[in-house]
Design a protein around this ligand. Structure first.
Ligand SMILES: Cc1cc2nc3c(=O)[nH]c(=O)nc-3n(C[C@H](O)[C@H](O)[C@H](O)COP(=O)(O)O)c2cc1C
Length: 217
């Protein structure tokens, strides 16, 4: 496996890889990816992440069935694009549907969890129910994991639809109440091709000194 990609090439070619082969990913590779995740920064360096590595076929199938239903409930049964539609949106929808139908075939579904924490802006007397996980402290870890997968030649994508069945997921996997699931990352060897990614040019979203001023004075 190529482990030597430069950081910029890794970032610039890290597409959401939703078409994965079922071939197993070695445990030492998974450990290396998670090690990379844990190098991320976090608020107060609390490192409030935890990982659940789903490999059990029944648990993956449970996840896939709920995820697929959540996607169809959210976007509608008729979400399949016209086969002649080659737009970027249509391709994303097709690949998202493919993932929803085949997620359980990925060798690993990685649940990245975060300890629940109230945002400072919510005063103590206004807090009801569970706090959300501190997303800002977990997403750098998620990004490190995605980059590590790419650098090691593995396909991965960031998904969040588990939110639609999170209580059931907690019960099924035994996740304690004081943790929330921030992202689910299916990981495996890629069937599709990597990058380059298509993004809005940075100068279009950059402002110098005053909003709207796209060039430095
Ligand atoms: C917060 C967040 C939530 C996402 N949730 C999902 C998801 O539930 N399912 C999915 O297939 N992709 C999900 N994605 C992936 C995006 O669709 C993907 O990053 C975007 O379309 C760019 O794709 P590309 O890297 O292939 O160009 C999510 C991405 C982010 C950042």
């Amino acid at each position: 496996m190529a482990d030597e990609m430069g950081i910029f090439e890794t970032m610039y070619t890290m597409r959401a890889m939703r078409r994965l082969k079922p071939d197993p990913v070695p445990l030492e590779t998974i450990r290396k990816i998670l090690e990379a995740g844990t190098q991320a920064p976090s608020g107060q360096n609390l490192q409030a992440w935890a990982f659940v590595v789903l490999q059990d076929p029944d648990k993956k199938k449970f996840f896939q069935e709920r995820y697929h239903k959540a996607i169809l409930d959210r976007f509608g049964e008729g979400m399949t694009p016209d086969p002649n539609d080659t737009s970027s949106f249509a391709r994303t929808v097709r690949s998202a549907l493919h993932l929803a139908e085949h997620m359980h075939e990925a060798p690993v579904l990685l649940l990245v969890c975060g300890k629940r924490d109230w945002p400072f802006a919510v005063p103590k007397d206004k807090r009801v129910g569970h706090a959300p996980p501190s997303y800002g402290s977990i997403y750098p870890c998620v990004q490190n994991i995605l980059l590590a997968c790419r650098a090691l030649g593995l396909g991965a994508s960031l998904t969040t639809m588990h939110q639609m069945f999170e209580d059931e997921l907690h019960q099924r996997v035994g996740i304690p109440d004081d943790y929330g699931v921030v992202a689910t990352i299916p990981i495996g060897f890629p069937s599709g091709k990597f990058g380059p990614v298509k993004r809005r040019p940075a100068p279009d979203v950059t402002h110098f000194d005053t909003w709207g001023q796209h060039q430095p004075a």
